[in-house]
Design a binder for this molecule. Structure first.
Ligand code: DAH
Length: 354
């Protein structure tokens, strides 16, 4: 056998090996060009056929055709193999398991505290009230003095009140050294409204309030109150009672019992606390109501004539009532929550229920 035939056979073997080794269509194309291209190995070998003896040429020509065919077949087979491997890989990568459960999106909604405030506001807007607001960093005058708190009232102590350095409201200082505090209730809005407008006054003032309490199941250092104030000619305690009974029935259900208990607030006289019959036991007595059958929901009273006089409203001409309630507490009582801290923890499993 001539050298050329041996070389052609060798080219077939190495060529087919290189074809098998190609890992993707680009590599395969490069192999093809280097074997069969115009400057490829096969052409280069065949150029030397011209220099062969005439009797050697037929065998060399036949072999070179066989080698070309073998290489072309090898290329084609490898191309198909690579394509189907690529397809399989893509299919695996893009596979969608249609049997997996879907991933739903949970639409957001208003926080329970905001919902409750809205509900309370709605009831009183329905009775003709307007909504008023006041600052959260408040002056001692509005938070205490004008509300008939004597100078030594315990609520004024730094134990109960966050005092701040100035009206921007961000630096706590020693109690008693500042006239500015984070309001401890929404009642100062009463004073601001009476200062700004003449009776008749029918307002509702929702807002955040702050107290130096450690958070526990029924206390938060920051919570939400809704304040109500009515000042007009001929307003009686009966109006107060009727208004709050109406509110309790809308909020807690028409079958709730409502009672007023005498109490004391510096800025109302007489003052009362309002209870509704326990939503859990209906008044029988249970753990939720501490066995008493009643739940306290707000403080209220007839505006103290001292408050009127200070603000230039004639207590002989006008009377009025006021009330204040905690929205978190109302939420807890309405939904039987045993711990109001849940409202602020941001646990979606809890909040989504409302
Ligand atoms: N401000 C009182 C508090 O935070 C609640 C309150 C009681 C408000 C009687 C009133 C009221 O308007 O008349 O405890």
């Amino acid at each position: 056998m001539s050298d050329i035939v041996e070389e052609l056979d060798a080219l077939r073997v190495t060529g087919l090996e290189r074809i098998e080794a190609a890992r993707d269509p680009e590599e395969l194309e490069a192999v093809r060009v280097s074997l069969l291209g115009k400057k490829g190995s096969l052409i280069t070998l065949l150029r030397s056929v011209g220099g062969l003896a005439p009797e050697e040429r037929p065998a060399a020509g036949r072999t070179s055709n066989e080698v070309r065919q073998a290489i072309e077949a090898g290329l084609e087979a490898r191309r198909k193999a690579l394509e189907s491997a690529e397809l399989t890989q893509r299919l695996t990568a893009e596979a969608v398991d249609v049997t997996l459960p879907g991933r739903g999106r949970v639409p957001g909604h208003r926080h329970l505290i905001s919902q409750i405030v809205d509900e309370i506001v709605d009831v009183f807007i329905g009775l003709g009230d307007q909504v008023a607001e006041g600052p959260e960093a408040e002056l001692d005058y509005y938070n205490f003095t004008a509300l008939n708190h004597p100078p030594d009232h315990p609520a004024r102590s730094g134990q109960d009140t966050f005092y701040v350095e100035d009206l921007s409201g961000d630096v706590a200082v020693v109690a008693g050294e500042s006239d500015v505090m984070l309001r401890t209730h929404t009642s100062p809005v009463q004073v601001r409204v009476m200062e700004a407008q003449e009776p008749p006054i029918y307002v509702l003032a929702p807002g955040r309030v702050y107290r130096r309490d450690v958070a526990d199941p029924s206390h938060l250092p920051q919570f939400t109150q809704v304040e109500g104030l009515v000042v007009d000619r001929g307003i009686t305690f009966g109006d107060l009672k009727g208004t709050l009974e109406h509110f309790c029935h809308v909020m807690f259900g028409a079958d709730r019992e409502v009672r007023l208990r005498p109490h004391f607030f510096p800025f109302t006289e007489p003052s009362a606390e309002v209870d509704v019959s326990c939503i859990i036991c209906d008044g029988e007595g249970c753990r939720f109501c501490g066995g008493v059958g009643w739940l306290e929901i707000l403080g209220c009273g007839m505006v103290d004539p001292n408050v009127f006089r200070l603000l230039g409203i004639d207590p002989e001409e006008y009377t009025g009532f006021a009330f204040g309630m905690g929205a978190e507490r109302i939420a807890a009582l309405k939904y039987g929550l045993s711990d109001i801290r849940l409202l602020l923890e941001g646990d979606m499993r809890f909040l989504r229920q409302f």
